[in-house]
Design a protein around this ligand. Structure first.
Ligand code: SF4
Length: 185
């Protein structure tokens, strides 16, 4: 039976834009252009869970990393990650190649190189500086909470997998980097 034993792990919303905070997606259903690149090389996909939708639901507001950086959210991420790491370990032990993890730069959960930061808190309806507070969001170097926990989990089991990302601010700019990454595998 045919198989090439190569797998890429992708953040959930690459295959399901409906999981993103409403108003943020730049594609309608799945990020077809990325899937086409992966498919052209006959690579399989493991779709990671969407931690924000699982914990906070689809009606959540956009958040910054500081709001998700709680013990509860980190532990919830680890629970979601556990079965994924079990699968990955089994594939690696059996000689399969996990090419990498494709994250979403800018996300407070799934950013790899960049995440979003700000001093966001409090009751929206009584906040007289709401616009200023929203504008105060910054993209800073570092990973989102879910990716940090995924990296920690891999480290605990001695699993070495590279991480790359799509830039959430303009997803289409990231396509050539993804193509190059996959071509070099
Ligand atoms: S970036 Fe992560 S948390 Fe945000 S919608 Fe995508 S999968 Fe969910």
């Amino acid at each position: 039976m045919e198989r090439n034993r190569k797998i890429l792990m992708v953040c959930h919303c690459i295959l399901n834009s409906n999981s993103k905070v409403e108003g943020l997606s730049q594609y309608k259903g799945m990020f077809k252009e990325v899937i086409d690149i992966i498919n052209e090389e006959d690579i399989g996909i493991i779709q990671l869970p969407c931690p924000e939708t699982i914990v906070y639901g689809i009606r959540r507001w956009g958040h910054v990393k500081e709001q998700f950086d709680t013990l509860f959210y980190r532990e919830s991420c680890r629970e979601m990650i556990k079965p994924i790491v079990n699968q990955v370990k089994s594939y690696i032990d059996a000689g399969y190649e996990i090419l990498g993890v494709l994250g979403i730069d800018g996300s407070p959960s799934c950013g790899v190189n960049l995440t979003c930061s700000g001093d966001w808190r409090g009751e929206l309806s009584t906040n007289n500086n709401l616009e200023e507070m929203i504008k105060d969001i910054k993209y800073i170097e570092g990973s989102g909470v879910f990716i940090e926990e995924l990296q920690k989990y891999f480290m605990e089991y001695g699993i070495k997998i590279p991480f790359i990302a799509i830039d959430e601010r303009n997803v289409y700019d990231s396509l050539s980097n993804i193509r190059k990454f996959i071509a070099n595998k």
